[in-house]
Design a protein around this ligand. Structure first.
Ligand code: NDP
Length: 504
């Protein structure tokens, strides 16, 4: 976009002026640099965000460290920490409409999708508020006169780095358990989608969370994120994003031996047997790949269909995919929004070209959408390639857009082999009305999140994370809290007298 045109759109949109939140104060970047935040449906500048520096990250880390050591949060009784979390949840509910609209403007997802995210964010705070007040720890029967026990403690300063596909919800999946456990945090949203994360930090201020407990820095991953991953005063780094970045973070964190939790990409198989309920399987296959315009780590981006129903499935899938209403997510009739940025649009379009060059059969879509006023946004038609094979890049690499690879399989054994032939192991699903077969296949699947006769539902109660190169550790559930806790054994001598090991 030309500079003058850009300035005009910015003025028209009354761009929000975002700031970072460090030690209870709203701050610009130390060098005053900013970055435009774009609505991916219209190309309008909706906000200006600080382009934070390594010094800004250091200030946030210092605040988090001092606050942790002060005990103002970590020593608070769990019921009092829980009370803050419950107030945050109530505020999210109060502001649900505003948060939903902002999430749609910033990320592009539909109002319906954003609405679910906001509701889930409030529920996640409530869930961990409840969990942290429950009894934990263990005692052990060891040899007299000793008594051994284990207590759980906060890790300390937690660095939380999140992506752009669920700007609010991915932040909350980390922040809620980290705060519940008594940690202080240095949080970095994606530079592409910092709007609802900023609103969340405003809520923290409104409910009176003590200064320095939650700190937020913005800016480029290789600058601000890298400082968080490498700094010696950060005790843990919890990251969600691409596998390539995750590997880099793991290596960076190794120098200071930080605890590392990684939720990375996927190329998840959706296995459809001939005995499945046909319309249910087609419906969930569409939902599995095109929800969030395919920008979902667990997306069902490989569909494996039993040979006898393969052509029938392709025909029905393409027919339904062509009917999906693509447009600005803020229009309530829209069913699929744009991709998040120009850069990501270019990446997804390049994979569509790769699919064509590799000889896959283009079933539907395969192009950018620019008519009917979509030309300023980053829209791609729901795309499906059929007759794909294992060596194709569109089968092996994460595209992270509305592009699916569909291929046939002969029998159960082949379905499992194809499904597991991936560097990733995040999610997977099976469609069949044969309950035993469904469970048999799921048990063989090397993936952390699975469904039978369903795709996508996610629960605060259940652990979320991957096998293989899809990550290390789990979010949500009891596992999600334990990620943010250390375990300490305490051994108490009940007969206080010398051990007498060495003669006097
Ligand atoms: P990245 O992995 O690049 O970014 C995720 C987060 O990490 C962002 O906050 C980013 O900062 C930050 N980051 C980037 N580089 C570094 C670094 N060197 N050190 C520390 N932090 C860093 O993902 P993208 O957002 O660019 O998306 C790229 C691909 O990642 C997608 O195409 C998709 O394949 C995958 N992805 C997977 C997700 C999942 O949930 N599993 C979610 C999102 C993406 P910033 O962006 O601000 O520079």
């Amino acid at each position: 976009m030309l500079e003058t045109e850009k300035e005009k759109v910015k003025k028209d949109a009354e761009a929000l002026q975002l700031k970072m939140y460090i030690n209870g104060e709203w701050k610009e970047a130390s060098d005053q640099k900013t970055r435009d935040v774009i609505n991916p449906a219209t190309g309008a500048v909706i906000a200006e965000a600080p382009e934070g520096t390594a010094e800004d990250a250091q200030a946030a880390i210092a605040a988090a460290k001092a606050t942790f050591e002060s005990g103002v949060w970590s020593d608070l009784p769990a019921t009092e920490r829980a009370a803050y979390l419950l107030k945050i949840a109530d505020k999210i509910d109060e502001k649900a409409e505003e948060l939903t609209k902002l999430e749609t403007m910033d990320n592009g997802k539909t109002l319906r999708e954003a609405g679910y995210d906001v509701g889930d964010a409030a529920a996640c705070f409530r869930y961990y508020a409840g969990m942290i007040t429950q009894p934990d720890g263990h005692t052990y029967h060891v040899a007299d006169p000793m008594q051994a026990m284990v207590v759980r403690e906060p890790v300390g300063v937690c660095g939380l780095i999140v992506p752009w596909n669920y700007p609010l919800l991915m932040s909350v999946w980390k922040i809620a358990p980290a705060l519940a456990a008594g940690n202080t945090i240095v949080f970095k949203p994606s530079e592409v989608t910092p709007v609802t994360p900023t609103k969340l930090l405003e809520i923290f201020e409104e409910v009176g969370l003590p200064a320095g407990v939650a700190n937020m820095v913005m800016g480029a991953g290789p600058v601000v994120g890298n400082e968080i991953a490498s700094h010696k005063d950060v005790d843990m780094v919890s990251f969600t994003g691409g596998t390539k970045t995750g590997k880099h973070i793991m290596k960076t964190a190794a120098d200071t031996m930080k605890k590392v939790s990684l939720e990375l990409g996927g190329k998840s198989p959706n296995i459809i047997f001939a005995d499945s309920d046909f319309e249910t399987a087609v419906d969930y296959a569409l939902f599995g790949i095109y929800a969030g315009a395919g920008q979902v780590c667990s997306a069902g981006s490989r569909i494996l269909v039993e040979e006898s129903i393969y052509e029938k499935f392709l025909a029905r899938f393409a027919e339904r995919a062509k009917e999906i209403r693509v447009g600005d997510g803020s229009d309530s009739k829209t069913e699929m929004g744009p991709l998040v940025s120009q850069e990501h649009l270019d990446k997804v379009l390049s994979y569509i070209e790769i699919g064509k060059e590799e000889g896959a059969r283009l079933l539907c879509g395969g192009e950018r959408l620019i008519s009917d006023g979509l030309d300023k946004g980053y829209f791609v038609a729901p795309t499906a390639f059929a007759d794909t094979t294992q060596e194709m890049r569109i089968v092996q690499e994460e595209i992270f857009g509305p592009v699916v690879a569909i291929q046939p399989f002969k029998d159960e054994e082949e379905a499992i082999r194809l499904a597991n032939d991936s560097d990733y192991g995040l999610a997977g699903a099976v469609f069949t009305v044969d309950g035993a077969k469904g469970l048999r296949v799921i048990k063989k699947l090397r993936a952390g999140i699975t469904w039978i006769n369903s795709y996508h539902p996610t629960y605060n109660e259940a652990p979320w994370g991957g096998y293989k190169q899809s990550g290390i550790g789990r979010s949500l559930g009891t596992f999600g809290l334990e990620e943010f806790q250390e375990v300490k054994q305490i051994n108490i001598n009940l007969e206080v007298e010398p051990i007498g090991w060495f003669e006097k």
